[in-house]
Write a protein that binds this ligand. Sequence first.
Ligand code: NAD
Ligand code: USQ
Length: 392
Amino acid sequence: MKILVLGGDGYLGWPTAMYLAEKGHDVSVVDNFHRRLWDTEIGASSLLPIAPLQDRVSVWASLGKKPIGVHVGDITEWDFIESVFNKTQPEAIVHYGEHRSAPFSMLSRRNAVVTQVNNVVGTLNVLYAMKDLAPESHLVKLGTMGEYGTPNINIEEGFLEVTHKGRSDVLPFPKQPASFYHLSKVHDSHNIMFVCRAWGLRSTDLNQGVVYGVHTDETALDPRLATRFDYDDVWGTVLNRYCVQAAIDHPLTVYGKGGQTRGFLDINDTLKCVELAIEHPASMGEYRVFNQFTEQFTVLELAQKVAEAARKVGWDPIIENITNPRIEMEEHYYHAEHTRLLDLGLEPRYLSETLIDGLLGTVGGLADQVNRRLLYPGHSWKEGLLETQPVQ
Ligand code: NAD
Ligand code: USQ
């Protein structure tokens, strides 16, 4: 199948591109490298060194693998995305090409605008390109579990059966996101659902939880095929951060009380879920939602798991409940359904299988590369950048 991977230079996009090429698909990646620029803006970088995209694809081809095409440009620019669709005629579009940091989106008015314009306009262009140039293609869009927020009822997979004043309907599940980034995903979801209804396009919205891990069968083939590992307070996700903190004897930074519960999954499960969505496409005109995670933990439980695993490798981190830079519920009910990908055949890799060898082993070897400035939060949801961070 001809597949476009938008955001193919990113943490998930690059391993996905290799994985799908290895499965025999005809893969092209699209990226404008804004992520590398946004890292520079906050003075952060991947703990694992990452090669330029052009080197990645040439190393991949030199291993005798099916070549991966590269298109460098910005999907918010219509002429660019139109030419990519004309050249590649995609049958499936895996859309990772967005700005993905909740803290970044909350730093200032400008950061909120950058995030929402990039994500909403980019996705709108993709939808128009599908309508005009590839109407039968299938959009596999990366959404987020954070679209739902933390309601006091079970979270369903996209839709909720509601009875109101004696009448019933199946309606989109209410969305209560907690950052301008998460809101951008809600806006995307509405636009996508609308065009499936209005133009008969088809899409799977993968509401994904927090992803961890960096090793896949393909990244393991050569160090230059590695994907990024973020641990700073703006781009780094919670589990990655705890592992890095444990490796350098820094307190594990639990924000507030630590009862915030989220869904998590291994990067290898992300690749499998995307493949399952592609292999079992939505019908024409269908907009469907899969909740994409395999386990749920509170962030305090996660810190305890990391501390326990770290002690097995001879480290002894402490857990510190620090002032929460975010505005979010720190104790709440959380139960999210996630059966649709399991029904399609997902066999999860659980955290207990990979924490010590996969995550702690990786960061342990890179401990001397860690920048300690990036570990305590240098931002706040209310005040934006704090003084310890570089000023723009
Ligand atoms: P990432 O930042 O590593 O990768 C995104 C890539 O998209 C970057 O290489 C960036 O340069 C590119 N990009 C952004 N805007 C673009 C544009 N306008 N034109 C072209 N390229 C553009 O992010 P990631 O962690 O790989 O996440 C990928 C997607 O998955 C995002 O949409 C994110 O919201 C979603 N997601 C990620 C996680 C996670 O834990 N990483 C969890 C849930 C959902
Ligand atoms: N947290 C801590 N300590 C830390 C860092 C974070 O307690 O050192 C807490 C946060 O307060 C939050 C939770 O951990 O309650 C998750 O934060 P995170 O930074 O790991 O993840 P989040 O900001 O939600 O965003 C990440 C990705 C985003 C994706 C989202 C999936 O960056 O692209 O959409 O996970 S989800 O969380 O399901 O919405």
